[in-house]
Design a protein around this ligand. Structure first.
Ligand code: SF4
Length: 375
């Protein structure tokens, strides 16, 4: 059996769900996105954050998809702008005892899993992710139980409890190599939760996989028909696509890759124009570091009634300067994870880190034993 998609769950993101204490549908998320501050207020908030980070021995780590102000401030104050794994790794290795994570819930959880002794604060704990929301622990666990012969590989965009049920955690940067190595060892894979990323990996590796039926609401909305029209208008443009996008969109790409791979391509490819299919937040980094180049947003379903994101993640947009000030002033919104659950959730992450380090150093790929077992 290969390439089978499970339809065990069908998520309606407009309905608040019960997940990790959160009840934040896209509608609720958009309603909670704070208005842009006026210039004087914006400057005052930034200054207050600089002071508070010093006073609280805290460091700020921001995801590429949050507001440009939060990206710039993280870099300016000695923090980091990165993908979720680099955010967690940076937080673990930094001397600061308080991490302010500007991103979504699973990112704060990953930071806490890797730094259980540190205080991890988030501007809004209800900032979640459609992949995380769409993969509740109990249903996922039952799915795993139904496929006991498969290595359980989960994407980073999952709760701590789902990671604690997995054999492997992967990011879009290393998923291909890990699934390929599993396949070479004759292992079959249970993949969750992003069906598009899973299908892409299956096409590339030929691995025997069954899929959870989740999707990122941002990448799911890119449309091949409109993208082809845009490509005709910009024939010299190179097309960069995140693999959470639908297969027809991925098929049009010059480069398919993680946020880090897309940034690298924007920097290194010999082209002046790029069409980019991912959250608009990444275009800020691309424009910042490639001033002579033009970056065009790939089209979504923005003109129809079905667009829930229009290439901007509503949960990422819940992060704000005012939110960072509030949590630093009041010590609010601390990420809490049961220590035993955190230790179990760390195993598939550490396994991935060991695998990628070995790959980088050209060492033999060890640690591919299939099952870590349930909690
Ligand atoms: S952009 Fe997509 S994958 Fe990223 S947090 Fe938002 S919904 Fe989740």
């Amino acid at each position: 059996m290969s390439g089978v998609t499970s339809s065990v769950i069908d998520v309606d993101y407009e309905q608040p769900g019960e997940h990790a204490g959160s009840a934040c549908s896209t509608r609720h998320a958009w309603a909670r996105v704070p208005p842009e501050p006026a210039p004087a207020e914006r400057a005052a908030l930034k200054q207050r954050i600089r002071e508070l980070l010093k006073a609280r021995n805290a460091v700020m780590v921001s995801h590429y998809y949050v507001h440009p102000d939060l990206q710039d401030l993280a870099e300016e104050t000695g923090g980091l702008v990165a993908d979720s794994l680099e955010m967690a790794r940076f937080g673990r290795d930094h001397a600061a005892q308080t991490l302010v994570v500007c991103g979504v819930r699973f990112m704060g959880e990953s930071a806490k899993i890797l730094s259980p002794e540190k205080r991890v604060l988030m501007p809004d704990l209800d900032a979640t992710c459609s992949l995380d929301l769409g993969c509740p622990t109990e249903a996922f666990s039952a799915f795993c139980d139904a496929h006991p012969d498969r290595a359980v590989v989960v994407y980073a965009n999952t709760s701590a409890a789902v990671k604690a049920r997995a054999d492997w955690m992967v990011t879009s940067g290393c998923a291909l190599e890990i699934v390929r190595a599993l396949k070479e060892q004759g292992q079959k894979v249970l993949w969750a939760p992003d069906r598009h990323l899973g299908a892409y990996i299956q096409r590339e590796t030929g691995a025997d996989m069954v899929f959870w039926n989740g999707a990122c609401i941002v990448h799911d909305e890119f449309k091949a028909f409109e993208l082809e029209a845009l490509m005709r208008e910009h024939p010299a443009a190179r097309v960069l696509v995140h693999p959470e996008s639908p297969a027809e969109v991925v098929a049009l790409a010059d480069v398919v890759g993680s946020t880090a791979a897309m940034l690298k391509a924007a920097r290194e490819l010999d082209a002046h124009e790029f069409i980019v299919a991912t959250d608009l937040g990444l275009l800020h980094q691309m424009r910042l570091h490639n001033p002579g180049k033009t970056f065009i947003e790939a089209p979504t379903a923005g003109n129809s009634a079905t667009c829930k994101s229009c290439a901007q993640c509503p949960w990422m947009a819940m992060n704000s300067l005012a939110g960072v000030v509030r949590v630093l002033e009041q010590g609010l919104n601390e990420v809490q994870i049961d220590p035993a659950l955190g230790r179990r959730a760390r195993l598939p992450i550490d396994r991935m880190l060991a695998f990628t380090a070995a790959l980088k150093n050209g060492q033999p790929l060890t640690g591919l034993v299939p099952h870590l077992g349930a909690v």
